[in-house]
Design a protein around this ligand. Structure first.
Ligand code: MV4
Length: 460
């Protein structure tokens, strides 16, 4: 470590991790390696969780319900003040993209390891985010200038643009309040249902419109920005394999990527980040059509679940980088290209033979795969009870090799070694995916899961 890094790290003697599960553990691990003390916070349901045991200190912040614990800002600020934490790492989900929380941390002179309140607000409102990106010169899907006034306005703009179109809630994300419209006679009904859905979910029914991109790929670029307005990119992740807007598996490089496209998308992502003087780790999500034209979709102002595959292919610790830039260390400025191929399978406590129904409960037997090129990010252990209160993701299995084919073969082998008894998991889904001819050919879009059907389980 350089003298500059050492000096700056004295700013962060202790970091509180405002999260649970594998990501809490992930952050604790890097803090330990950097000589930074850690504080875990936990709910009543997480008393037996590993993040509580592996942190230097732990504070109970409330009952099982997220709204009373991991989302309860006063309790988390109190925990940080009692333990004298210098900074808070929010992980992903929970308060990671809560502008109010980011601002409250700043008011309490606790460094929020993430984006500023203003940046979160700007990117959280999708129509504003798109307008900002257009100004920055980042390619966006053609569509309405700002918000739609009413159904008549929607019909007028769609007629001019040509069907099919997509109407999207400006407060949206994760597909809520979004409708594809193929003809004018369907507009009224779909517009009304989108407004109602968005109003119920976000308390904001405002809509904007775009040309529909049919069967797009979801390809995102990882970026890191420093406090001096400089940003770099760390290439792409292909996240097209999703079910109901939940990612199932991700890989890098994207099998659809070309050197030319990567350079163009990387340049656009850096331009986006520098335009808003983005500080920290972030992701620019793009839709990529069959002609390899790419369009800005959303920006995520947090570390993402799938960050490890990027770490594996460029040999770079993204959590360490988040901490360094939060402490004021400048980035080197160069961009990073993948040197290897890496795949992540999200292992959820869900039954893939039963419409992916959640399956919480006690893990009675556990064998974790290992060996060359295999990484497991998980907080579970044999005897651990998965609480029903939170996300069903219990592990991330990541394989890395010289080529895509080798990474897939490693994944098959690792999935075959993986034993979890007591709860149903998505391991059989991933094992079948790794044999699917279109997956093997790298020939998939966001529509891939629409026609997915599990084969019957293998007898063994
Ligand atoms: C689109 C689109 C097609 N055309 N926009 C889904 C999540 C939301 N944030 C944006 N999404 C989409 N926007 C236009 N103009 C298709 C999707 C989409 C999608 C995008 C990424 C990954 C999976 C998806 C599944 C269905 C639809």
């Amino acid at each position: 470590m350089s003298n500059l890094e050492l000096k700056i790290l004295k700013m962060f003697k202790k970091i509180l991790i405002a999260n649970r599960g594998e990501i809490a553990l992930r952050v604790i691990r890097t803090c330990k390696e950097m000589g930074i003390k850690t504080v875990a916070v936990y709910s009543k349901a997480d008393e037996e969780s590993l993040h509580v045991r592996f942190a230097d200190e732990a504070v109970c912040i409330g009952p099982a319900a997220s709204s009373e614990s991991y989302l309860k800002i006063p309790n988390i600020i109190a925990a940080a003040e009692i333990t004298n934490a210098d900074a808070i790492h929010p992980g992903y989900g929970f308060l990671s993209e809560n502008s109010k929380f980011s601002r409250i941390c700043a008011e309490h002179e606790i460094k929020f390891i993430g984006a500023s309140g203003d940046q979160i607000d700007k990117m959280g409102d999708k129509a504003t985010a798109k307008q900002t990106m257009k100004e920055a010169g980042v390619p966006c899907v053609p569509g309405s200038e700002g918000l739609l006034k009413d159904v008549a306005d929607a019909k007028k703009i769609a007629k001019k643009m040509g069907y099919p179109v997509m109407i999207k809630a400006t407060a949206g994300g994760g597909g809520k309040g979004m409708r594809a419209v193929f003809s004018e006679d369907k507009m009224e009904e779909l517009f009304d249902s989108a407004v109602n859905e968005a109003t119920a979910a976000f308390g904001n029914g405002a809509m904007y419109m775009e040309k529909l991109i049919e069967e797009p790929r979801h390809i995102e670029i990882q970026i890191v920005g420093d406090q001096y307005g400089k940003a770099c990119h760390l290439s792409e992740r292909d996240c097209s394999i999703q079910r109901r807007h939940q990612k199932l598996t991700e890989e890098t490089p994207s099998p659809f990527m070309t050197d030319k496209l990567r350079e163009a998308m990387g340049e656009a992502a850096v331009k986006a980040a520098e335009y808003i003087k983005y500080e920290g780790a972030g992701t620019i999500e793009f839709l990529v059509d069959k002609h390899r034209k790419f369009y800005f979709m959303e920006m995520n102002t947090r570390i993402q679940v799938e960050h490890p595959i990027t770490e594996q292919v460029i040999d770079y610790d993204l959590i360490r980088e988040q901490i360094l830039v939060a402490a004021g260390v400048p980035i080197s400025g160069k961009n990073y290209l993948p040197k290897l191929h890496s795949i992540e399978c999200r292992i959820n406590a869900e039954d893939p033979y039963n419409n992916f129904r959640p399956s919480p409960g006690r893990i009675t037997t556990l064998h974790i795969p290992g060996g060359h090129g295999v990484r497991m990010d998980t907080h579970v252990y044999s005897g651990y009870s998965i609480p029903p209160n939170y996300d069903s993701m219990i592990a991330k299995l990541i394989t890395t090799a010289q080529t895509r084919e080798e990474a897939i073969n490693k994944m098959k082998r690792a999935l075959d070694e993986f034993v979890i008894e007591g709860v149903k998991t998505t391991i059989p889904f991933h094992r079948q995916l790794m044999d699917h001819p279109d997956y093997l050919a790298g020939n998939y879009t966001t529509a891939f899961m629409n026609n997915w059907k599990m084969n019957p389980p293998k007898e063994d």
